[in-house]
Design a protein around this ligand. Structure first.
Ligand code: UDP
Length: 480
């Protein structure tokens, strides 16, 4: 075996998983490790341009494709990514199709003999695959230490059993801060009382992060140190925090082309932002999967307008309502044309957030967006929708205190109720104007500095990546 380490990266096919995994591959490759990304043919384009740009800089990342059995599993032909699943009924079919990737993945491992398999927790079977070849399997959850500790507290103590309604709050036991949630903010699986009623696939995914050789986190120690300690020392899990990984994108091209081609020309976008005052613009975006109904979109539009703030709003409506512009209140664009920019489709998010004119981020609290906002030093309005986003909201509003919640109270795949325009306007104003806003912003700026230091040479994340590479080297030399 050659002395150069070789890592296989195998992310779930969803932008929120593939984008940070590509950044991880870049980080590892820039330390002289060979990095290979495994994905399906339709998703090659998520990586190919960035891979080419890195190649020009002398950073080699390889990509290998595995056919994804869509039609064989009753899925539409092009359904190779989570956001392309036409209805929730087909989620299980999608997961079954992912399990069919085991054999081709093993063939690739057999051919290339990597030293390590970094794979998504949504591929629990990769633990067995790695064991077959006697290589470590490192898991990626795509979330924070905080969210995992909250999840653990809920599952272990089931505090939601002690409340009499879905809207009554309960305190999460055994956490360093007093964190409260309601039952309506939990995913349907987190609300299940009897262990035996939890679907096997959900159990397998939960255990997936525990069974391998450790977890790589896109986070940094200084951000959530109490929860890093809880996760590693009290719960006894092996973990390396190596983020924020998005900070490896230093030039304008890398910040613009993340995951998809941007729907706006980067120069037009920068020109618009350049014309605005420092910290005067609110950036509004809800990630790659969350959908809003027309009614909620209209309410949001009215809330943005009522806040009186300048804004960039990235718009995606529920699938069945695509191409329908009824969500815009009459005359909205005309009235706000000086103040606002609507991007229909995909925004160059990191480029926008990093611009000094942006002062706040209205976010669904997907972990990547949350961390990108933290890395840019902007205040936040938290509007969680589903997944573990309600947990990330608490990190921002209760632990870091860099933002406020908009008042989202219900976990729902398509957001249909019920945040009113008054609440939206109020939350935006709270993070943009006045003394309280100054407090949010100064704390946000402090975390931005910490984030940047963490990834610099000798910073905590930089050192953790060094340790990770040493750990894999040691494992490989022992098992040779
Ligand atoms: N993103 C982007 N432009 C968009 C929407 C999303 O670049 O218009 C990126 C964003 O920067 C982040 C990822 O897509 O890196 C979304 O991940 P996140 O965990 O925030 O949310 P998810 O899409 O998984 O719900």
């Amino acid at each position: 075996m050659s002395d150069q380490l070789h890592f296989f990266f195998f992310p779930m096919m969803a932008h929120g998983h593939m984008i940070p995994t590509l950044d991880m591959a870049k980080l590892v490759a820039s330390r002289g490790v060979k990095a290979t990304i495994i994905t399906t043919p339709l998703n090659e384009s998520v990586f190919s341009k960035a891979i080419q740009r890195n190649k020009n800089l002398g950073i080699e990342i390889d990509i290998r494709l595995i056919k994804f059995q869509t039609v064989e599993h009753g899925l539409p032909e092009e359904c190779e990514r989570l956001d392309l699943i036409p209805s929730d009924d087909l989620l299980l079919n999608f997961f079954k199709a992912t399990a069919m990737m085991q054999e081709p993945l093993e063939q690739l491992i057999q051919e290339s003999r990597p030293n390590c398999l970094v794979s998504d927790i949504f591929f629990p079977w990769t633990t067995d695959t790695a064991a077959k070849f006697n290589i470590p399997r490192l898991a990626i959850h795509g979330t924070s230490f905080f969210a995992l500790c909250v999840g653990e507290s809920i599952r272990h103590h089931k505090p939601f059993k002690n409340v009499s309604s879905d809207s009554e709050t309960f305190v999460l036991p055994n956490l360093p801060h007093q964190i409260k949630l309601t039952r309506s903010q939990l995913s349907p699986f987190d609300r299940i009382e009897e262990e035996k009623n939890i679907p096997l696939m959900v159990k397998a995914v939960r255990e997936s992060g525990l069974k391998g050789n450790g977890v790589i986190f896109n986070s940094f120690y200084e951000l959530e140190q109490d929860y890093v300690e809880l996760y590693t020392k009290v719960l006894g899990r092996k973990a390396w925090a190596i983020g924020p990984v998005s900070l490896c994108n230093r030039d304008i091209e890398d910040k613009t082309e993340r995951g998809k081609k941007s729907s706006i020309d980067k120069h037009d976008c920068m020109k618009w932002l350049d014309s605005k005052k420092s910290s005067s613009v609110v950036y509004i975006c809800f990630g790659s999967i969350a959908n809003f109904t027309i009614l909620q979109m209209r309410e949001l539009a009215m809330g943005i307008e009522a806040s009186g703030q300048e804004f960039i709003w990235v718009v995606r409506t529920a699938k069945e309502e695509e191409n329908n512009e009824d969500w815009l209140p009459i005359g909205f664009e005309e009235r706000t044309k000086e103040k606002g920019l609507i991007i229909r489709g995909w925004a160059p998010q990191v480029l926008i957030l990093d611009h000094e004119s942006v002062g706040a981020f209205v976010t669904h609290c997907g972990w990547n967006s949350t961390l990108e906002g933290i890395s840019a030093g902007v205040s936040m309005v938290a509007w969680p929708v589903f997944a573990e986003q309600f947990f990330n909201e608490k990190l921002v509003t209760e632990v870091l205190r860099t933002g406020v919640g908009v008042g989202s109270v219900k976990w729902q795949k398509t957001y249909s109720e019920g945040v009113k325009k008054e609440a939206i306007a109020k939350a935006i104003k709270r993070v943009m104007v006045g003394e309280e806003a100054e407090g949010f912003r100064s704390r946000a700026k402090a975390y931005k500095e910490m984030a940047r230091k963490a990834v610099e040479i000798e910073g905590s994340s930089y050192s953790n990546l060094t340790t990770l590479l040493e750990d894999i080297s040691t494992f490989s030399s022992i098992s040779d």
